[in-house]
Ligand binder design. Structure first.
Ligand code: OAK
Length: 839
């Protein structure tokens, strides 16, 4: 109480101007101050990284007021908060984005320049937090950006992996994985909150008992305890006062873990136990879609979900809420099934720990949770062996059995005697080895289920979740993905952003639909030439980057044809390669042939254990070696594999692209989001009718989209009547030549067996129908080459294309989630003049 009196007596601390001021002079002074007092360096010995850190702290100081004011504005019982649970958040570098959100890019650039440094260089210094694999994690990041832009109270919950997605190097054409030590030089954007630590239990067994009120209860006697320490990162809204929180959990050993062992002299045993606990948040699993059924992975999922739910409940009770009303103040979104154990955990917390009856608890749970599915690939659907699940989470397994028992009762009531349906819907997959089906748990325990593009949502209802759809059609809806125009246009393509704002004002940044107003410039010669010039500048920048990274020289005047995404057979990077070899063969046959000069650029990581994907990387590099060095080609074709594709690199790539490759087998890509980034930045798409391509084409107009390939229906039909890839091989001489070359070793310096597994797959199985789509793809690519020759027409298509991408803003997507699923509304944040510390 002494402390309290002292705090009350002290005058409110006015935050110093040096920590909030935005004038160039103040920024310079703050920057120098941080270099000295935080980094402990002066200009004599400072590294580029020291300067980056000093600047990062300068920017962080300037967002804290918003952050604390936002927390205060939202900490009220009547405020509904969106909790976005995701095993991955692929945020990308923070510094540039925060400058954009705060609207201080220009002042800071000047302050840094006047300090004798270059802002772009400092921005490039940031090691990006790669806490995700690809689409799913990056979508979560775009959604956090939009939630803050729209002033929706929201918290992103996930894991603070010590090692994010591996860094990729290419050696002798093969991928090599290097650990991602992103925390090596410290992370200025996060603040640890050890005071908000929570405990998570694992293992052990359960016991039944009768409580004082004579009720049958169950007690979980866990075997071990892990401690979750939250690390918070602010997520700024664009030029508003909102700053939401990304809260990532780090696993630690409990403080007192080792006394027993220590007293017995087992020092190493104690340290071992500590390391074992910390392992949980050590590393991101680098698999994109196919799951890896490892115990540690389930531990990760349960760990971050349990931490987050305890945190949500604590907050709810703190503001005076009743648990019975949880769903009125919390909307919890499951980003795929990775956090779906949360359904059983919330039931356990409500029933076992808070003594709420089962039916009420189930109502609360269903009303609180919603589930987004992100894939149709059967191999990516999560299932956990019962034995593993039961040994790690014995109480949760019992709860799942009970959920299932009641759930199947409901099904029986609705479909009497339909035992097949019961087996299909059961949360437990029967068989010699039994499994818990996580998509079923997520679907039964949520009030809303959605896919991520119109086609995908239809296929979910028809296929993967068909029985759930027949049971509860009202739960289903579509929420087509979107991406944030702040990072993906403003920050990454500043020249284009400037031209757009100059032409139609800057309302598009918050309301991307306004891009439509660009349509009236589509035929304007002057505008077209500026549009083209910006693209050329971006291509020149990328070309320079390619030269630095790979030593390859590419011509910025050639068509930049780009495919960047995870390497996966269904995404068909190797179909792209088949076309490259086809073009190469045409040139070899007739070196005089007139063709549109093209630079084919690839980027993407392969899961370390995915042999075929790694072989595709080797294939791209082998073909690049042949094509780039053949004098007959005369530099008209170039093939580049750019190592270590990530968010930072994406920001260079999308603005420089002219052709966006979206060539997955129809029915396989749930949505795609790179397709949207390309398109907004003026690239035209060559693509199949898959995922969000369908809607991109609808918006852009079919005359501005290069469509090829089988439709989903045609894919089903072809497979149903028996697909034989050899028919295509035998019937198409150009295709046959390409496949024979792959088999012969001419593309692999004589190593005849190198690509045999690929050839074997294509000729004997070809699950993803490359051979069936080959001819259609080649003809379409040829049309692209032709179209590019008419630069005026191409530019017109490019402008119209960008102008019509308003739908694909993540702001639109988040509005739909808020209205249809979360029932969340904006909360105005009033900036507190100063935020006074209280004891
Ligand atoms: C990753 C792991 C398990 C299940 C799905 C994924 C995933 O990344 N899916 C991707 O999600 C993106 C965001 O919705 C979609 O755009 C991609 O099409 C989808 O493959």
């Amino acid at each position: 109480s002494d402390k309290k009196t002292a705090a009350a007596a002290a005058a409110p601390v006015q935050i110093e101007d040096d920590r909030t001021g935005l004038s160039v002079e103040t920024l310079k002074r703050a920057f120098a101050d941080n270099l000295f007092y935080i980094q402990g360096k002066n200009a004599d010995i400072a590294t580029l990284n020291d300067y980056y850190m000093a600047l990062a702290y300068t920017v962080r100081d300037r967002l804290l007021q918003r952050w604390l004011s936002t927390i205060k504005a939202q900490l009220k019982p009547e405020v509904k908060v969106v909790y976005y649970l995701s095993a991955e958040f692929l945020m990308g570098p923070h510094l540039g984005n925060n400058l954009v959100s705060l609207g201080i890019y220009d002042q800071v650039r000047q302050a840094i320049q006047e300090s004798g440094l270059n802002l772009e260089e400092l921005i490039a210094q940031e090691e990006e937090p790669g806490l995700g694999n690809g689409g799913l994690g990056r979508l979560a990041a775009c959604y956090l950006d939009s939630l803050a832009a729209l002033e929706i109270p929201a918290v992103g919950y996930g894991l603070r992996y010590e090692f994010g997605i591996f860094d990729q190097e290419i050696r002798d054409g093969w991928q090599v994985e290097i650990t991602d030590k992103w925390l090596r030089y410290g992370n200025p954007w996060e603040i640890a909150r050890p005071e908000a630590t929570v405990e998570v239990k694992l293992g052990g067994h359960t016991e039944a008992f009768v409580d004082g009120a004579g009720r049958y209860r169950v007690r979980w006697i866990p075997e071990r305890t892990i401690v979750g320490v939250p690390y918070d990162t602010p997520v700024l809204g664009f030029k508003n006062n909102a700053a939401n929180t990304l809260r990532l959990w780090k696993a630690e050993a409990p403080e007192s873990f080792d006394f027993q062992a220590f007293n017995l002299g087992d020092y190493y045993g104690a340290v071992n136990a500590k390391m074992y606990s910390e392992n949980i948040s050590k590393v991101l699993y680098p698999n994109d879609e196919p799951l890896q059924g490892r115990e540690l992975r389930l531990e990760q999922q349960f760990f971050f979900v349990s931490c987050s739910l305890q945190d949500i409940i604590r907050r709810h009770l703190y503001v005076g809420g009743k648990l019975e009303d949880l769903h009125n103040s919390a909307a919890i979104q499951l980003n795929d099934t990775h956090p779906s154990i949360g359904i059983a955990e919330l039931m356990r917390l409500l029933v076992d720990e808070h003594n709420i009856d089962w039916d009420t608890a189930w109502q609360i749970t269903q009303n609180t949770f919603a589930y987004t599915n992100h894939t149709l690939l059967p191999e990516a659907l999560e299932r956990w062996p019962l034995s593993l699940f039961g040994s790690l989470l014995p109480r949760h397994l019992e709860i799942i059995f009970e959920i299932n028992r009641r759930f199947l009762q409901e099904v029986s009531a609705k479909f009497p005697g339909d035992t097949g349906r019961l087996a299909r819907l059961s949360l437990i997959q029967e068989g010699p080895e039994k499994f818990v089906r996580m998509a079923h748990l997520a679907s039964a325990g949520s009030h809303a289920i959605n896919g991520v593009a119109a086609l995908h949502s239809e296929l979910l209802k028809r296929d993967v979740l068909r029985d759930f759809y027949e049971l509860s059609p009202e739960k289903f809806s579509n929420k087509t993905n979107g991406v944030t125009p702040r990072r993906w246009i403003m920050l990454s393509n500043p020249e284009l952003a400037f031209l757009i704002s100059e032409s139609i004002g800057d309302g598009w940044i918050k309301n991307l639909g306004e891009l439509r107003e660009l349509e009236r410039f589509a035929n304007d010669k002057e505008f077209q030439s500026r549009w083209r010039q910006i693209k050329l500048n971006n291509k020149t920048n990328l070309a320079e980057y390619i030269r630095k990274r790979t030593g390859l020289v590419v011509d910025p005047h050639s068509l930049f044809d780009i495919q960047v995404k995870r390497i996966h057979e269904y995404k068909r990077q190797h179909l792209n390669v088949l076309y490259i070899i086809t073009l190469y063969n045409r040139l070899k046959q007739n070196p005089e042939l007139e063709i549109t000069p093209r630079t084919f650029i690839f980027g993407g990581k392969a899961a370390p254990g995915y042999f075929m994907a790694k072989l595709i990387i080797k294939l791209i590099n082998s073909v690049a070696d042949v094509v780039n060095n053949d004098p007959d080609v005369g530099g008209r074709l170039k093939v580049v594999f750019l190592p270590d594709y990530n968010v930072t690199f994406g920001q260079r790539v999308y603005p420089a692209a002219e052709l966006s490759e979206q060539i997955s087998t129809a029915g396989k890509e749930a949505s795609g989001t790179g397709n949207m980034k390309f398109s907004m930045n003026g690239a035209l798409t060559i693509g199949t009718l898959d995922g969000a391509n369908v809607e991109i084409r609808e918006e852009a107009g079919e005359e501005n989209f290069f469509l090829f390939g089988l439709t989903t229906e045609e894919v089903y039909a072809l497979k149903a009547r028996g697909y034989n890839p050899r028919d295509y091989y035998n019937g198409n001489p150009a295709l046959r030549q390409v496949i024979d070359q792959l088999a012969s070793g001419v593309l692999s310096s004589g190593e005849t067996h190198l690509f045999a597994p690929l050839v074997d797959h294509l000729l004997n199985r070809d699950e993803y129908l490359l051979l069936a789509d080959y001819q259609s793809y080649v003809e379409c690519q040829d049309r692209v080459g032709e179209a590019y020759r008419d630069q005026e027409h191409w530019t017109r298509m490019s402008i119209l294309n960008s102008a019509r991408m308003g739908k694909f803003s993540s702001d639109r997507a988040i509005r739909e989630y808020c209205e249809d699923i979360w029932g969340a509304v904006a909360v105005d944040v009033v900036l507190e003049e100063y935020v006074q510390a209280t004891a």
